[in-house]
Design a protein around this ligand. Structure first.
Ligand code: DON
Length: 568
């Protein structure tokens, strides 16, 4: 087991290890950063990473391991892991082919453009986030079944069984989870008509066992009946009953009609590396490519890591990318998203013509906005690579931490509050402060715009990086920074993930930054250029794998969460 201290050390280890000492890589290894020979899984909880690797060791491929990890996360990481939500899975098979499984939730058939507005046209506070009405039709189960039918090697039953065992017998909660569950206790009690598995008589403490019998039964139905174990039969009936109790609108027909979609990935070349990511209905991939292409002409390395100059450049690119998102991005099955134009070099050169190296552009010159709200955020990303070189980058979510905190009675799973990712009213900010317009307005059957950005990087046609992050609007800027930390600044993957981060999203018009991410010299200079700065809590939580030319894999789990790397 090796802690990655810096890239030099990694390369020293890789070149200096004799075949004998390489035996050290073999076996289960639990640590934040590891280097392994064969396969690796990095996810938000030690249990889910362990389960993913156990599938690899059984002969499953990266997609099998990803499916097992996703179901395990639904049990051991209820903050964001889910069967009641959705996500995006980017797959790159060892022959270099890519695929995106879009299992994003959809607006129910009974939804409408102004459903969260009162008679005077004002947004009703909390409606799109805290109620049964805030849930989109869940996509995760259909997405996993699609991924399995296209790429699975082991039987589906074997992939879901570890999650069933985890729900049935329980697992020890981490310290952070105990704190999350305790701080959400009041909400669980208020929003549910029965005592959920997440509420105990006493407060949670690290190491307490969380058992979820109803969830175990639902997972068994999915194991035994596949899609129908969730979208029909008992589980569907329980979910509809829960909807009726809380005036929700997801119908039986909505569940039957839900279909995940296989989409073509989008990609760009950046300084000789191929960056592969996800298309709409996530806006994250387009933003990532725009940021890379807008900053590519500038010598970031020469300007130095987090110097005022570099931060200013990146901020100005971010301002422009997020302004575009608000206008153009939405579900491509409903609106025409000018994807190609938005990422064309010609357009982006034009966009950066107004970039002034010495002054901040005012966001007012680019369009309207409104203030950011802070709320606890939770989504989760996991990365998987197998011994054959197949790779999966998947980001999945209920939106908020624990979604809307409503558990489908008797079915044991949490409901998402993803409807808030639609633009509930033009110009009105969602919980991440993002504003949007018609392209992301609510329509029955439409997918709400996402920021999730699972990403894969190739060098000379070979797999180099697999990564992604939670963080709402900050996801694409987080992924961007980790990519340039490796490609431009030459940091090891562990250092690249750990490095401090900053973020700008057009509106609100300020640079938010993690403690110590921007030093006082750079901060003074940025303020003189006209930028406002605001310190904030952690930005994102990246789980990444880097693949070396000799096939070894370094897995980096972000210390900002309970993320955990396993490999063998
Ligand atoms: O799809 C999206 O962009 C949001 N629902 C993601 C939410 C999120 O990342 C919250 N987490 N940290």
């Amino acid at each position: 087991m090796y802690k990655i201290i810096n890239s030099l050390l990694v390369f020293f280890i890789l070149t200096a290890c004799s075949p004998k000492s390489e035996k050290k890589y073999v076996g289960f290894i639990e640590d934040q950063d590891i280097v392994v020979d064969s396969g690796a899984v990095v996810s938000a909880h030690p249990q889910s990473s362990r389960i993913g690797v156990s599938i690899l060791k059984k002969g499953g491929n990266a997609i099998d391991a990803a499916i097992a990890t996703e179901f395990a996360l639904a049990v051991c990481y209820p903050e964001a892991g889910n069967i009641g939500g959705g996500g995006f899975m980017l797959i790159r098979t060892s022959d270099g082919k890519t695929d995106v499984i879009d299992y994003r939730e959809k607006a129910p058939s009974g939804s409408s453009r102004d459903m969260y507005l009162d008679k005077s046209g004002n947004v009703i506070p909390g409606f799109s986030t805290d109620t049964h009405l805030s849930s989109g039709v869940p996509g995760t189960v259909d997405g996993m079944i699609k991924a399995h039918s296209k790429y699975g090697k082991l039987p589906f039953k074997e992939l879901i069984q570890p999650a069933i065992d985890l729900a049935e017998h329980g697992f020890p909660v981490t310290l952070r989870q105990a704190q999350d569950l305790n701080s959400n206790r009041k909400t669980f009690v208020e929003r549910n008509s029965f005592k959920t598995a997440f509420v105990k008589d006493s407060l949670w403490r690290e190491g307490d066992t969380l058992i979820q019998p109803a969830l175990a039964e639902t997972l068994k139905r999915i194991r035994d009946y596949g899609r129908d174990g969730f979208y029909a039969g008992k589980t569907a009936r329980y979910l509809i009953k829960e909807m009726k109790r809380g005036n929700g609108i997801i119908s039986e027909q909505d569940l039957m009609d839900y279909k995940s979609v296989s989409r073509q990935s989008i990609s760009t070349l950046y300084k000789g590396f191929k960056i592969i990511t996800v298309p709409p209905p996530s806006g994250g991939g387009i933003i990532l490519i725009q940021l890379l292409k807008m900053t590519e002409p500038y010598p970031l390395k020469e300007w130095r890591f987090h110097s005022a100059r570099s931060i200013h450049l990146i901020t100005e690119a971010e301002r422009r990318a997020f302004a575009d998102r608000s206008e153009y991005a939405g579900d491509p099955d409903f609106v025409e998203v000018p994807e190609k134009q938005l990422v064309s070099q010609k357009y982006l050169n034009e966009r950066m013509k107004s970039f002034n190296e010495n002054h901040a552009t005012s966001s007012l010159d680019l369009g309207p906005g409104s203030p950011e709200k802070y709320i606890s955020e939770e989504t989760t990303h996991y990365s998987v690579v197998d011994a054959m070189g197949n790779a999966v980058a998947a980001t999945t979510t209920l939106n908020n931490g624990f979604g809307n905190s409503i558990v489908a009675d008797s079915a044991g799973f949490l409901l998402n509050n993803e409807m808030d990712d639609f633009s509930v009213k033009p110009g009105f900010p969602n919980m991440y402060g993002l504003v949007g317009g018609e392209a992301n307005s609510i329509k029955p059957g439409k997918r709400m715009l996402s920021s999730m950005t699972p990403t894969i990087v190739e060098k000379n046609g070979k797999l180099l990086l697999v990564l992604g992050s939670p963080g709402g609007s900050t996801i694409p800027t987080t992924v961007f920074q980790v990519v340039i930390n490796v490609l431009d600044y030459g940091l090891s993957i562990g250092k690249a993930v750990d490095a401090g981060r900053f973020h700008h999203q057009w509106y609100p018009d300020w640079i938010s930054f993690e403690k110590n991410a921007i030093d006082s010299l750079a901060s003074d200079k940025l303020q003189k250029m006209g930028h406002s700065l605001k310190e904030r809590a952690a930005l994102g939580s990246v789980n990444a794998i880097m693949i070396f030319p000799d096939g070894k894999k370094a897995a980096a789990a972000d210390k900002r969460g309970n993320n955990s790397s396993y490999g063998y």
